[in-house]
Design a protein around this ligand. Sequence first.
Ligand code: PEP
Length: 258
Amino acid sequence: MRRMFVAGNWKMNTDRAGGTELARAIAKAVPADAAVDVLVAPPLPYLLPIGEAIAGSGVALGAQNAYFEPPGAFTGETSIGMLKDVGCRYVILGHSERRQVLRETDETINKKVAAAVAAGLGVILCVGETLDERDGGTTEKVLETQLSAGLKSLAADAVSDLVIAYEPVWAIGTGRNATPEQAQAAHAFIRSWLSNRFGPTVGAATRIQYGGSVKPDNAAQLLGQPDVDGALVGGASLKADSFLAIVQAAQQVGAARR
Ligand code: PEP
């Protein structure tokens, strides 16, 4: 049975004091034995204080990006070893903002995924289509391209800590979420792609989060879809109340599935 997994992507938001307060409020409500996996991914400079604020709770620490090379002359970049050193359990890779604003290619994303997997750092790999691609009927083709390129050369036994986040670009930060049916259709497609590529065991075990304007009032319906195993939350992860309401929805759906 796949455990529900709710991750908060804080993007380039918060400051040290506000982020620490937010992390403390979340950690207080998520005990170490929580039935859901919960993660916060603060901005890079705050990883250490946020890591301290969530220590001992059921909240894990994640990073929003990494570089694939080992330490060396790469000004401004952060190695995967450094993220592990400060307590990160996961790294979010291939987010649409990095693909579109920072011009990251599938090839670069693949190098990052491979390096994180090799180092034993969990990966949340984001995939998703733009509105033009959805309207043009190419959603599955786009997902297939991003998955096959992003996971190129990876072996089935290497992807046990891999999470896919389906994030339709048109739903990110827009307040317009995918309908539960649209989310389920994309997730089922992703799962069947994973089964074909890595075998049915990996396909059945891999968690697929939905991301794109998840809020307390739509979380239960989205998370209630059979192939939706959690959420990657942007805006609503910046307030403890709204993030915890989504965590609670995941907990309820998870309990009903057991
Ligand atoms: C995200 O940044 O991954 C995201 C899904 O953002 P939002 O929840 O704000 O749409």
